[in-house]
Structure formats: C-alpha cells, structure tokens
Design a protein around this ligand. Structure first.
Ligand code: MOS
Length: 725
C-alpha cells in the first residue's frame, strides 16, 4: 500500500537542485521578448497612441486590439474583459499595446517610447458606491422574523477584509509559437484547458490547431487560474505577427500591479441567540469588490456566500451577497476563493457574541457546530464525514486553550510584564470541488495509459503547482491497481496528450480528479484480470501483460468521466440543496504575544486539526496545512496592498511583506480522517481549507491579549496601537 505513506515528492529533487526549467529558463531558439504598454489612468477614453519617431520600430513587432483575428475577449464566465483595451480603459495597468523585440531591454525601452493620450472619466474605487453589480445571491432558510422574535439577544457586527497578493515565487510567464500550423502555448499556469478555450475565441481557431503545455510552475494559489489566458493571448498575438516564438515574463512589480488579487470584502452580521447561546437567526450581508471586469467574481462570491453562515446549524438564515464593479484591476481567484473573507466575519463575530452573552466563544461554538445529520443554510443534510466537532475538541485539547486563556488573563493583569499574551480559536468547513452543478457542467475526464513496453502513465490536466499533485496521483493509481508506486509516472499537462480533467482549483484535484484516476486504474485492473489473467506482479510480468493488452498498438488508454453521485442534488435557481458533495473541516488555535512597546505580534504557536477525509500522503498534506496557514497568518498580520488612484502602490516584495520561514511559528498539525465514501480512499480536499481561518483566530487572540476587537485585517502594529488609544 502506498496511500497513507510519505512517498517522497516527485518534483522535489529537480526543484531543489535547480535542474527544473521554469518558462524563462527553457531554451526556445529565436525567441523574442514581449512587453506590455498599460493604461496610466483608472478610467478613460483612449484618444491617441503615438510612437516616438526617433525609435527603430522596424526592429519590433507592435500589436494593438486591431490585430486580434477573432474576438477581443478573454473568455471566462461573462466574456466582458478585452484582451487589449480598445477605445476605453476601465482600470490602471490595463493592457493596450504589445511590443516584441529580440532583446529584452530594447523591448522595455520601446514600451517607454509609446505615448497614450486619454480623456479621463470618473472612476469609482469604493465598493459601496459602485452602481454596477456583477452578480448577487440570496440564500434563505426558515423564517428570519420568527427567529429574531425568539431571540433573547441580537448581536450586530461589521467586518472588513483586504485584498491579498498571491505572491507565487515565479511570476507569470508564457511563451507562444506556431509549429506546423499549430499554435503552441507553454508556460506557468494552473489550468491548461482554460487557456485553450480562451485561445479558440481570440484566434478563431479549431481546438486541434491549439496546444497548451504547462511548464514547471513556481506556485499559483489561484493567481494562475484565469490570468494566464490573458498573457497567453498577448504572447500568441505577438508570436503570430512576428512569425517567431515570443515569451512574456512579468517582473515582480508588473505582476503585482497588473494581475488579479483576492477580493476585498465587507461582511455584516445580525445574529439572534437564546440566552444559553443557541443560534436562532443569522442575517448576513456580503459585498465584494470585483474590480473592473467580471472575471471569476461570480463564483468567488458564490463560495463566499455558501460559507458565510459558518460551520454552524441555525434554523433561520438569510445571506444576501453581491460583487460589484470598481475601477481597479480585476480581482480573481486566490486560495479559499471568497470563503476566507466571509469566514473571517462569522468566526470573529463569536467574540462579539461572547462579550454580549457572557459565555465564552468555545462554549458557543460547541453548542452550535455542525454534527452528523446537521442541515446547512442551503438545506443540505450532512450525512457523512463531518469532522468539525472532532477538529475543535482535538485542537482545544492539544493547544491547552482553556488553561492558557486563564493563565494569559493573569499575565495580562500584571503591568510589569513586557508583553500581552493572547490565544484565539476558529473553526470552519470548506466545500470540496466545484459548487452545486459545477462538477456536472465540467464533466471532467482523466485516465491511465499502458504502453506496449509496460509504462503506466496517469493522464490528467491537473497541474503540479507545488502542492504534490504528481506524487498523490501516482499513489492513488498504485493502490487502485495494487502495484508499486514506482511503476507509475504522470503525464505533463499538455492538451494534446491529456484529457480535460477540469481546472486545478477549488480543492478538487485529489477528491474529484484523484477519484477519476482511481476509477480509470480500476478499469485497467479489470482489463489485466480479464485479458491477462491477473494483475502483473513483477516488472517482467508487467512487460508481458502490457504486450498482451496493447496487442500491437503503441499504448492503450483507459479513461473515465465524472459521474455525479446520485445523492447530490442542487438547484442553481433557488440556491438550495447540496452545495458541495462534502465538506472538509478545520479548527485552529493561535497563541501569540504582543510587545507593549512596539505592538509587534509574535505568533508563539499554531495548533490545528484538519479533517480531510484521508491523507493520501500525510507529509504533503501537512505541508499544505502549514503553508496555507502561514499564508493566512500573512493576510492576518503582515500583508497590506495599498491602493492609490486604483493601483497598488506597494507592488514590490520590499514593501508588500509576506511571511518567510523566519515568520513561520512552530506548528502542531493533527490530521483528522473522517472518510468520504465518494473520495479516493476516503479523501476530501485540503488545498484551500488551511487558508480559511488563521485570520479570525489571530484577531481573537489579539482581542484576548488587548481587550480590543479589531474587525479588519491585517492587524499590524499600527492598527493595534490605534485600537488602544
Ligand atoms: Mo483556486 S483559488 O480555486 O485557483
């Protein structure tokens, strides 16, 4: 058995030793460098584009919207975003002109020789003043008025969360060229088939004439979910016009200023409870800032809305949500996908409720938390794999939350101590896979190939972006066949080689695509048994079996498609039913201290229990949990995108500070494994869950330390100082 073992990660050695070739390292003969001329106003009409006559333009290739052969659109949900601005710009850093040159520095120089004149139009930067809503949702359960009439107390709160930069190590980078009439796109990306779909519309080409290949990718975190379609379109326009390969590699400033980030959000709660702390009414309002184009905002809002009431049962719930347009670069996918924003609010709100009811927030959570058989706000009954309570219990016990709360209260009373100490708690659920009918619509496919020479190759479009996909797929396939993991390799995500297994997003790769890989491998197993008499036992046996099964063909493929579990029912029109096939669960305790002189926060310890169904590779799962939690701590304490006139002004890693290994506290990670019957070997999702709740746990710990509830992030020394004066 391989599942459950810490198989060494397959991409590790090449990345550690520097042998792995990222896009900018890949030798592409004759490749030119593409650069982008961007808007310098947040909203305006383009009046003219002038090219400095003193520059050698004949050495360059220049592209504008007029050069687009098909539709000027980055195809996604709404298709409202142009590939290149034509006439109007709706945000700063919007792409208008593209230039390619053989020499990178000369290409940048050329970009400086382009002057664009605008007629400015009024911008909107405040999401509460926007008059354009991209999407809204309504969830209703029970009778809200009756719930509030039955309440002994009503507690209101408003919570705000900021944007966040994905800050992957490798910036966005894509190359394009044409070979034998096929447009080849290669680079750093999460979702090869999303890029393929976008290219079809831009170039009016048949799918067979487009090929998208992922290169080694230095992180994504959602930031390479939709944006690579834009750069791919840009690189391809330049390449086709130049008749040679062109690559576009963003520098850090450009990547941070121009590309998608987490949606800022405002969440308001009005909560009714009986005096023993039982929830009887939750009225929740969510506003998210979508930026200038719709991109993925509707689905980010959907996930945020579906998680807004938290992992608690309440008979009477209303969630009203909307995502609106402002004149900033579009916001997009970021690990958690809307859930960290709404979970921050519902989780921190418990501290406010605790003060008002004079019942501690742990007791309140225990009273209301999801259990087996609970019903969610959309009316979904949780019939299996509900680890919320166990995560809570084990985190509280392991962290000594209760005794430390008392000990820190005593510590904080002594004015001679140099610090305040605090300990805070949060709990959440996180839906695995696409929402509702999303997985049905995706109709993902994955498979396994057996070559005549006896190679076993997993076929999936899911990308390795640092999370361990390739190792996990090999382990799942090995155990599905009952063969050593070393027999299996994983094909590079290349749209000419692998089926469309959907995007690498939404904590779906292990549970949904891993499930497909497992089913496909079981088909292979049945074929071995039927046509060879047994599953091969040795490498020599495998070679013989392969020759028998392939019968002269170079390879045989076993592919399966997603099948909706029959018990899952969702209605998109009413937003009722089974929003997700299953949920993962997590609880976290953050233990910290604050310097009384500088207000600096030092996180002393993080304890977290996460129910992910089954850890296919426990070490990789813990890596996801520690990494995701640290990203959450960054959002909570350090990361502050500062916008001025609709553009991020601290768009450098010197002034946008993310946690490094030195900021990573000691972690106690507890894996809780409540198996899900539809997941491979019981597995659910782990990718986004750890990002969800470090924020509210930090805010609760700071409240415990200082007595002040700060309802926004990041909780910087400045913000803590001003809360105390
Ligand atoms: Mo993800 S944030 O669903 O790419």
């Amino acid at each position: 058995m391989s599942v459950g073992k810490n198989e060494p990660r397959r991409d590790g050695p090449a990345k550690l030793t520097g042998r792995a070739l990222y896009l900018d390292d890949v030798p592409i003969p004759g490749c030119w460098h593409g650069v982008t001329v961007r808007s310098s106003v947040p909203h305006g009409k383009i009046k003219s584009i002038r090219y400095d006559p003193g520059f050698a333009w004949d050495e360059c290739v220049v592209v504008t919207a007029k050069d687009i052969p098909g539709k000027n659109v980055v195809a996604l949900i709404e298709s409202d975003q142009p590939l290149l601005a034509d006439g109007i710009v709706r945000h700063r850093e919007e792409a208008i002109v593209l230039i390619a040159h053989a020499d990178r520095a000369t290409a940048y120089e050329a970009a400086k020789r382009v002057t664009i004149e605008y007629e400015p139009l009024p911008p909107v930067f405040d999401m509460e003043k926007s008059d354009k809503t991209f999407k809204s949702f309504l969830i209703e359960r029970g009778d809200l008025d009756a719930g509030f009439s039955a309440a002994d107390v009503v507690v209101e709160g408003e919570y705000r969360t900021p944007s966040q930069e994905q800050a992957y190590i490798e910036n966005n980078a894509i190359a394009a060229y044409e070979e034998n009439g096929i447009l080849i796109i290669t680079g750093s990306l999460q979702c090869p088939y999303y890029v393929l779909k976008a290219m079809k519309q831009i170039f009016n080409r048949d799918e067979s004439k487009i090929r998208v290949i992922q290169t080694v990718t230095g992180g994504g975190f959602g930031g390479k979910e939709e944006y690579p379609s834009m750069i791919a379109g840009h690189a391809a326009l330049l390449a086709l016009k130049a008749g040679r390969p062109v690559k576009i590699v963003y520098d850090r400033h450009e990547d941070m200023a121009a590309t998608t980030k987490r949606h800022p959000a405002i969440v308001r709660h009005r909560t009714g409870l009986t005096k023993d702390g039982t929830l009887v009414a939750q009225d929740i309002e969510v506003v998210m800032d979508g930026g200038a184009y719709a991109t993925l905002s509707a689905v980010v809002l959907s996930r945020g809305t579906l998680h807004a009431a938290g992992a608690y049962e309440c008979q009477n719930v209303r969630v009203r949500s909307k995502v609106v347009m402002t004149h900033t670069p579009p916001n997009g996918a970021f690990r958690g996908f809307g859930a960290p924003q709404t979970l921050f609010a519902v989780e921190l709100h418990w501290e406010k409720i605790a003060d008002q009811l004079k019942i501690d927030s742990l007791t309140l959570r225990r009273r209301n938390i999801f259990k087996l058989g609970s019903t969610t706000a959309t009316g979904q009954r949780l019939l299996e794999s509900v680890g919320a309570e166990e995560c809570l219990q084990r985190t509280v016990k392991k962290s000594q939350y209760v005794s430390k709360r008392k000990a820190y209260d005593r510590w904080n009373k002594n004015p001679r101590n140099p610090t305040w100490k605090g300990i805070g708690l949060s709990v959440c659920h996180h839906g695995a896979g696409f929402t509702g009918s999303g997985e049905v619509y995706l109709a993902s496919r994955a498979g396994i190939a057996l070559t005549r020479s006896g190679e076993l190759i997993v076929l999936a479009a899911s990308t390795e972006i640092g999370q361990g996909t390739n190792t996990m797929f090999a382990q799942v396939a090995a155990d599905a066949l009952g063969a050593p993991v070393s027999w299996f390799s994983v094909e590079t995500p290349d749209t000419h080689k692998v089926p469309d297994s959907g995007p690498t997003v939404a904590s779906r790769t292990c549970m949904v695509v891993g499930g497909l890989v497992s089913r496909a491998t079981q088909e292979l197993k049945r074929a071995f048994e039927a046509e060879y008499g047994r599953v091969p036992q040795t490498p020599a046996d495998l070679k013989k079996a392969a020759a028998a099964l392939c019968a002269g063909a170079p390879a045989r493929r076993f592919e399966v498609s997603y099948e909706k579990p029959p018990e899952v029912a969702w209605d998109d029109a009413t937003y009722r039913g089974d929003a997700y096939g299953v949920y993962s669960y997590a609880a976290i305790v953050v233990d910290l201290e604050i310097d009384k002189l500088t207000y600096e926060v030092r996180v002393r310890k993080v304890t977290t229990a996460q129910d992910i169904g089954k850890a296919i590779n426990p070490l990789l799962a813990k890596g996801q949990i520690i990494g995701g939690s640290t990203q959450g701590l960054g959002w909570a304490l350090l990361e502050e995108p500062i916008f001025k006139d609709g553009v991020m002004v601290n768009s450098q890693l010197t002034n946008y500070v993310i946690p490094t290994s030195l900021d990573t506290p000691p972690f106690d990670v507890i894996l809780v494994e409540k198996p899900y019957s539809r997941g491979p070997f019981g597995a659910k999702g782990v990718g986004e869950l750890p990002m969800d709740i470090p924020g509210p746990a930090v805010a609760a710990a700071i409240k415990h330390a200082t007595g002040r509830l700060i309802a926004t992030l990041p909780q910087t020394p400045e913000r803590i100082a001003s809360s105390l004066t």
